[in-house]
Write a protein that binds this ligand. Structure first.
Ligand SMILES: NC(=O)c1ccc[n+]([C@@H]2O[C@H](COP(=O)([O-])OP(=O)(O)OC[C@H]3O[C@@H](n4cnc5c(N)ncnc54)[C@H](O)[C@@H]3O)[C@@H](O)[C@H]2O)c1
Length: 336
């Protein structure tokens, strides 16, 4: 991973981007080898994967080529998956253009697409050859998207402890404005934490599961509301803090997370997530909770009637427990 620097690409390279992130492709790069896909989550479809494979075939993309994804997490997930499956694996490289992709999605080697209504159902573990981070690319990113990206940095801060967490806190002013000049150290700390965890457990057989903090309930909320990933993880993180408090007693540092998320104007309750999505704001609150509870049961990380749940027990400390699915669903039905 390199932070900052010019994007230089040469010869045997294809670039995957969307209409917006194609502005970051270096001038003069071959339009033939520029592959545009839909913006956002829609990029992670079988249809866009097929369109990439078709172009790879036409261009004669070989094992010695590099597939470069320039964009947010949707682009890196798709480009990485296409690269890791083409000819049983070609190189990939990412230039993340959203904060979420810089602090999280572009690092760690999880690639994939959505299928049958489920996120990331089909995918690979395959590390990119390089990740090039340049915070200048965030200039055009709306404040809300920046806030959503910061949620994964907050999660990393929680896992890492006081120094890292306070670094993220200091990047957010009391009025919720994000100090863009503070983002580079935040991104560095996030990448370091994630890379360390992934190096120890690339295939998520143990310690890497910690990175799922906030994602179990968050993914359920995302499946229903379609709100931004970071906004849903904010709800999932707040819910996990409450669940941990119920099971394990007071959670040191929980109010700091809630304050930070609230300052960023992110939802921290199931109810605010329901009300702020056009897909769910007509549902009754109990019907919404029930639907989220059911969606969680469908999550692919389920083990029989149990789920591995990451409990945030104190700042810098989590505990992973197999939680009975009925217990978790009961909690969701009564969570705020
Ligand atoms: N592989 C992983 O480890 C991992 C981790 C976290 C999230 N993800 C995945 O990442 C995806 C979400 O990624 P995301 O939040 O980066 O969003 P995204 O890639 O879905 O992009 C969202 C929108 O932002 C626009 N955009 C991108 N860069 C911009 C810029 N600099 N200025 C203005 N607009 C810009 C895009 O055109 C797009 O419309 C989800 O699919 C999630 O599952 C993957």
């Amino acid at each position: 991973v390199t932070v900052a620097g010019e994007i230089t690409v040469s010869g045997r390279t294809v670039i995957v981007a969307d209409k917006l992130t194609s502005q970051f492709i270096p001038a003069g790069f071959s339009t033939e080898r520029t592959l545009l896909v839909e913006r956002g989550e829609a990029a992670k479809s079988l249809a866009s994967l097929e369109s990439l494979y078709s172009r790879f075939l036409e261009l004669g993309v070989g094992r010695d080529w590099t597939v470069v994804g320039i964009g947010g997490g949707s682009i890196s997930d798709l480009a990485g998956f296409a690269a890791s499956t083409w000819l049983r694996g070609t190189d990939s490289g990412f230039v993340p253009t959203t904060l979420l992709a810089m602090v999280d999605a572009s690092v760690g080697g999880k690639n994939g697409i959505d299928f049958g209504g489920y996120k990331n159902l089909v995918g690979t573990f395959s590390q990119p050859r390089f990740v090039q981070v340049d915070t200048a690319l965030l200039a055009s990113l709306p404040e809300y998207d920046l806030a959503c990206g910061l949620v994964e940095a907050i999660k990393h801060g929680w896992l890492d402890g006081e120094d890292h967490f306070s670094l993220v806190e200091h990047a957010v002013a009391k009025d919720g404005t994000i100090d863009r000049t503070m983002l580079e150290p935040v991104i560095r700390a996030s990448i370091t934490l994630k890379a360390t965890v992934v190096n120890g457990d690339e295939r998520e057989a143990g310690d890497r599961r910690r990175l799922n903090l906030g994602h179990t309930i968050g993914h359920g909320v995302e499946a229903l509301t379609g709100l931004a990933h970071g906004a849903c993880v904010a709800v999932g993180l707040a819910a996990a803090l409450q669940f941990a408090a119920e099971r394990c007693g007071p959670v040191a540092g929980d109010s700091r997370v809630l304050r930070l998320l609230e300052r960023l104007a992110l939802p921290v309750t199931m109810e605010s997530a329901r009300a702020s999505s056009i897909k769910t704001n007509k549902m009754s609150p109990p019907a919404f909770r029930e639907a989220v509870a059911q969606a969680i049961g469908n999550d692919k990380k389920k083990l029989g009637g149990h789920m591995l749940f990451v409990l945030p027990v104190a700042l810098g400390q989590v505990r992973i427990e197999a939680i009975d699915l009925d217990t978790l669903r009961d909690f969701i039905r009564r969570a705020p």
